[in-house]
Design a protein around this ligand. Structure first.
Ligand code: PLP
Length: 283
């Protein structure tokens, strides 16, 4: 595997960063994950828009303009001969002696890009036939979850707890009992009358790129979409649930805390969306 690290394409085994990098010391960085389907970067421009927003919110500088960044991302895909896969891009505030405030002398931001293969046909096959289990976990994150920061400890703890409970994803719930999002996904439910519901984008969730594309696909199919908060209890009584993310596309959640959602199999609305999102990726 080949990685891009601060201006060079290097074998993974030689790819390394400085131990005084603020990404390493403080998780002072941002990232994006972009899926690659048939060699094409899915929703690249919205991902770059979100990256620039994250950088801006953290007063970080971009290490390069969007044009060269597009080229670097495509070059990493090419050098790794990825047809279906996943690109990871991370930018940190750079190298400076460890001290909490931003360094007085702004360092050059560090940027790394890696790529791996991901079998989207298998993901979508699982979505159509099996779906995944969810496990509710308290959302103990900070107040700026709209920033795609590499500081992911609460997400990691939630995902781990979910996995230990035998589930694929954590369904995070705020103090008032409302579902926020998954540990690395956005969460949706389908009401008994067929309306899609997902939390509106505020500083409690990451504005998922897949969330936005699935929403568009759903509206194109004349489905009704409501952006509002819903409680864990409401979700458990829903006709269907599903999650969205770049790696999972649209994935039915067929059980939550061991309780079946609907009949405990991927539902008709979610399956239509899986197929429509696949068509969108393949277009
Ligand atoms: N929510 C969180 C917390 C995430 O980390 C992610 C993806 O990494 C998502 C949602 C889904 O976002 P996207 O659809 O852009 O992959």
């Amino acid at each position: 595997r080949i990685a891009y690290v601060n201006g060079a394409y290097v074998p993974m085994s030689e790819a390394c960063v400085h131990i005084d990098d603020r990404g390493y010391q403080f998780a002072d960085g941002v990232y994006e994950g972009v899926s690659v389907r048939h060699g094409k970067l899915i929703d690249l421009e919205p991902h770059l828009d979100r990256l620039w927003r994250s950088l801006g919110e953290l007063q970080m500088m971009a290490p390069m303009d969007r044009g060269p960044m597009r080229l670097v991302l495509k070059e990493v895909v090419r050098r790794n001969r990825i047809k279906d896969g996943f690109l990871y891009l991370q930018i940190t505030r750079g190298v400076a002696p460890r001290d909490h405030p931003f360094p007085a002398q702004t360092p050059w931001p560090a940027m790394v890009v890696t790529a791996k293969r991901l079998n989207f046909d298998a993901v979508m096959d699982r979505a159509m036939t099996q779906g995944v289990a969810g496990s509710s976990q308290p959302d103990i994150r900070w107040g700026r979850c709209d920033v795609k920061s590499t500081s992911l400890l609460p997400n990691i703890l939630a995902k781990q707890a979910a996995r230990e409970a035998g589930a694929f994803e954590a369904v995070m719930v705020d103090r008032d009992g409302y579902v926020t999002e998954g540990s690395s996904t956005n969460i949706w439910m389908v009401t008994k009358d067929g309306t899609l519901v997902t939390r509106s984008t505020d500083d409690n969730i990451l504005p998922g790129i897949t969330r936005a594309s699935v929403m568009k696909v759903a509206r194109d199919l004349q489905m009704k979409v409501e952006e509002r908060a819903f409680t864990l209890e409401e979700a458990k009584g829903a006709a269907e649930m599903f999650l969205t993310s770049s790696t999972s596309c649209a994935m039915p959640i067929v059980s939550l805390d061991g309780q079946k959602i609907g009949d405990g199999t991927p539902g008709p609305v979610a399956k239509r969306l899986v197929e429509a999102y696949k068509a969108f990726m393949d277009a």
